[in-house]
Design a protein around this ligand. Structure first.
Ligand code: DP6
Length: 319
């Protein structure tokens, strides 16, 4: 029994930062994201009767740190007791560095594991299962512009627009490719417990979601950029106000933000967003891609640039 699935990471424009139920990994508020096309994780899962325990191989190396989360995710999909599973993951972008690698990994894992068993849960159910493993992963079950709604006792994920309905481009400025110092789950919990800004952040989410949803429906780039930057900076303010502070930025992160602001003042259609890591994602109109890319590549501290369009949902590639 074997199956391989591929999923792309997604970048949140209206962020998820905080849980209302840690045990079930339910977010405290909704979020809106764009699924990318050119970065991906491919997951091959295979039942191996000769093994006594699960094994996780990531980019050719055994990964024991991530294995407990993968095991829990397999338990929810396959059920218990279950045979040992070999999970082989390949990712074409930096892992655990604020590039949403856990989103694409768990989205691909649920699709592959479901198919390996010969089951065919619908996308909504798979999104719910992916979200239990990693909140942002639920959004990679859908392509294009995606909203995750925080419902009474569950999450509901849906597509707002297909990628071809508003084909924006994303330029990622890599400032530090190494893993982040603190994982999102732990950092969110520190923010919830200690940041004086946390409650207000959660209260204001629905207003930001409304504004972003309307901007996306109207293809209003300036409005989307304005609310997305505002939401990103509020999330980082919650982090900075935590004790101990949660600071993912480096000096190069600020330098990239300044580059984007300079481009904006020259009339270029671009805005930035930053997740739980030092990399800066610049979202731009297609005709501005070359200029944005050149300006970020020229920014002090940028070690690499990755460019992507918007892409499709997680899907099976081999069974
Ligand atoms: C800053 O989805 O990694 O990227 O549910 O604890 O696995 P867990 O968190 P995760 O958090 C993502 C945080 C973010 C914002 C976002 O993607 O919405």
């Amino acid at each position: 029994m074997q199956a391989t699935a591929r999923a792309q990471p997604n970048i949140a424009l209206i962020k998820y930062w905080g849980k209302r139920d840690s045990a079930r990994n339910l977010p405290a508020a909704g979020s809106i994201s764009i699924t990318l096309s050119d970065l991906h994780t491919e997951m091959c899962v295979e039942v191996d009767e000769s093994m006594r325990d699960d094994v996780l191989i990531v980019n050719e190396c055994e990964d024991r740190d991530m294995l407990p989360r993968v095991k829990r995710c397999l338990d929810t999909i396959v059920g218990k007791p279950r045979p040992a599973v070999r999970v082989v993951s390949r990712c074409n972008f930096p892992i655990a560095a604020g590039m949403a690698s856990s989103a694409s990994a768990f989205a691909a894992l649920v699709v592959a594991a479901d198919s390996m068993l010969g089951q065919s849960r619908d996308t909504a159910e798979l999104a719910g299962l992916a979200g239990r493993a990693s909140g942002s992963a639920a959004r990679s079950l859908y392509g294009g512009f995606v909203e995750l709604e925080n419902c009474d006792d569950d999450i509901y994920v849906s597509q707002l627009l297909r990628s071809d309905e508003w084909p924006l481009r994303v330029v990622v400025a890599i400032t530090t490719p190494g893993p982040k110092p603190l994982g999102s789950s732990d950092a969110m919990e520190i923010s919830r417990r200690t940041s004086p800004f946390y409650n207000r952040w959660i209260e204001r989410q629905s207003a930001d979601l409304d504004e972003a949803r309307t901007a996306i429906a109207n293809r209003d780039f300036a409005k989307l950029g304005s609310v997305a930057e505002h939401n990103c900076l509020k999330m980082h303010s919650v982090m900075w106000g935590s004790r101990p502070p949660v600071i993912y930025w480096h000096s190069a992160t600020l330098a990239c933000m300044q580059t984007v602001r300079d481009l904006q003042s020259e009339g270029v259609g671009v805005f930035f967003t930053i997740d739980a890591g030092p990399q800066v994602k610049a979202i731009c109109l297609p005709e501005e891609e070359a200029r944005v890319r050149a300006a970020l590549a020229d920014t002090t501290g940028v070690s690499d640039i990755m460019v992507s369009g918007l892409g499709a949902r997680a899907r099976l590639v081999l069974r």
